[in-house]
Design a protein around this ligand. Structure first.
Ligand code: NDP
Length: 452
């Protein structure tokens, strides 16, 4: 395994979730490993993604929590929110996590090289003028926000900047209808902004089950988000009173800030991949085989960069698999058919497996089970929020091939359900499982009559 012709056995570019996991697992298996990083330790997830986002979701849920509490007898007058407190406490927590990531690599025996990596030649990477060689080079640089080039797009913020605003935006426009747009619309709405969310198509959250998409839209409208479909900005220009956004046939908007959450693209600028024979997928991601090898034999890639689900746990699983494939006893690449995921929208979405649309195409005859209800908490809070749960069953095998939910804690609930789905649970297995009462999750094991 060790090749003394090179400085390292493995050089990882990017200290995000996938890169750090691959590096420290490989190092613990005896490889000589270095990781190059020029920004923050922990990558998108730790610094400008999952972690700070979830902290902000918690913060924003307090807003409605205080209102809900009144029906339970609590008085909560003069409740106030202070943005700098949230932002700065978040910064402190992220710095703590940065140090933990650094320590994880140190403890595993991996070398951290702070600097900007650029491929120099086969097996050689230039880091700010210093050349480092490695038998294998692993690209784990993730993705970067993409903002479409409409007039005035430079006035829009990406998810990289939105966390650390100096001033809280009383009026926020969010462009996009995917994970990030929908989560941030909920966050700032909950914190007290007047939020408008624009999606260019008929119904946002493309790729999710249609019932879930429509139900979430209806619930978000109830929370006060001004959610508009078939709408896209034409231009943004500074005005005396914030930013003026023109929307064509939907008029104009005056806002304090615009968040463009319009997708993420491979973060490969400046890597000098031009010197390689690397191949790309039709969507511009790096093409790899099942051992994460690119078309260039010494060059590997994993995580968001290779175009699967852009999810931290997927990158982590790939990092572990990569290390075991190349420095351990071998491993399969992770099976990505039943990857659970949650959108921390308000209310949450949790999902695992196929949508009704894809299940019908794949399996033909499917049975659909649905339950829609008012969460028990809102019988006293007075709120009109509702939840939806949906199961999709392959009629020929009785296997549950899709499980979807909109409602509080959907991510927590679906994570547990995902184990059953991954194991191939049938509807009969769900039916013979005793519920936990009173919970929302028990609905998943008490749906008896198919609705389609
Ligand atoms: P998504 O791909 O989820 O959504 C991008 C949105 O922007 C879509 O609604 C898309 O519309 C729209 N869009 C794209 N191009 C344009 C354009 N030119 N003009 C107007 N709208 C446009 O990307 P995100 O940036 O929200 O998130 C990136 C990835 O990060 C996600 O796919 C997800 O994997 C991951 N993520 C996961 C989270 C979680 O696990 N909770 C949280 C946040 C991110 P259309 O659908 O029509 O293409």
């Amino acid at each position: 395994m060790k090749n003394s012709c090179f400085d390292y056995d493995l050089l990882v570019i990017g200290a995000g979730s996938g890169g750090v996991r691959a590096a420290r697992t490989a190092a613990s298996l005896g490889a000589r490993v270095a990781v190059v990083e020029d920004r923050y330790m922990g990558g998108t997830c730790v610094n400008v993604g999952c972690v700070p986002k979830k902290l902000y979701v918690y913060a924003s849920e307090y807003g409605k929590g205080f209102t809900d509490a009144a029906g339970f007898g609590w008085s909560t007058e003069n409740v106030q929110f202070d943005w700098p407190t949230l932002r700065d406490n978040k910064k402190t927590e992220i710095s703590r996590l940065n140090r933990i990531y650094e320590r994880l690599l140190d403890n595993a025996g991996a070398t951290i090289i702070h600097g900007r990596a650029r491929l120099h030649d086969s097996n050689v990477v230039d880091v700010d003028g210093q050349q480092v060689s490695a038998e294998k080079v692993l690209l784990a640089t993730g993705t970067w926000p993409f903002i479409p080039p409409f007039t005035g797009h430079e006035h829009a913020l990406s998810s990289n900047e939105i966390f650390d605003l100096d001033d809280f935006p009383d009026r926020l426009l969010v462009i996009g209808g995917g994970y990030i747009a929908t989560e941030f619309a909920g966050i700032f709405n909950g914190l007290g902004s007047r939020v408008t969310q624009l999606y260019r198509g008929d119904l946002f959250m493309r790729g999710f089950d249609s019932d879930i998409r429509a139900f979430l839209a209806a619930e978000m409208l109830k929370t006060g988000v001004d959610l508009r479909f078939n709408a896209n900005p034409q231009s943004i220009e500074p005005s005396s009173d914030g930013l003026l956004v023109t929307l064509g046939n939907q008029g104009n908007l005056k806002v304090d800030a615009v968040l463009a959450a319009t997708g993420r693209r491979p973060n490969i600028e400046g890597l000098n991949l031009e010197i390689t024979d690397i191949q790309y997928t039709k969507n511009g991601f790096i093409a790899v085989d099942k051992c994460f090898q690119t078309a260039e034999p010494w060059l590997y890639a994993l995580g968001d960069l290779i175009g699967g689900p852009q999810l931290t746990p997927v990158a982590l699983a790939q990092g572990t698999a990569f290390a075991h494939q190349h420095y351990g006893q071998g491993s399969q690449a992770p099976d990505l058919e039943y990857v659970p995921t949650a959108v921390f929208s308000q209310p949450n979405v949790g999902t695992v497996g196929h949508t009704e649309e894809t299940a019908r195409k794949m399996f033909g005859d499917v049975s659909i089970f649905k339950s829609e209800f008012k969460p028990m908490k809102h019988t006293l809070s007075g709120k009109d929020e509702r939840s939806l749960m949906k199961l999709i069953v392959d009629a020929s095998t009785n296997r549950v091939v899709g499980l979807h939910m909109v409602g509080p804690d959907a991510g927590e609930i679906v994570q547990g359900m995902a184990v059953a789905i991954q194991m191939g649970a049938t509807k009969a297995d769900f039916d013979r499982t005793i519920g936990i009462h009173p919970t929302a999750a028990e609905e998943f094991v008490t749906m008896r009559e198919p609705v389609g």
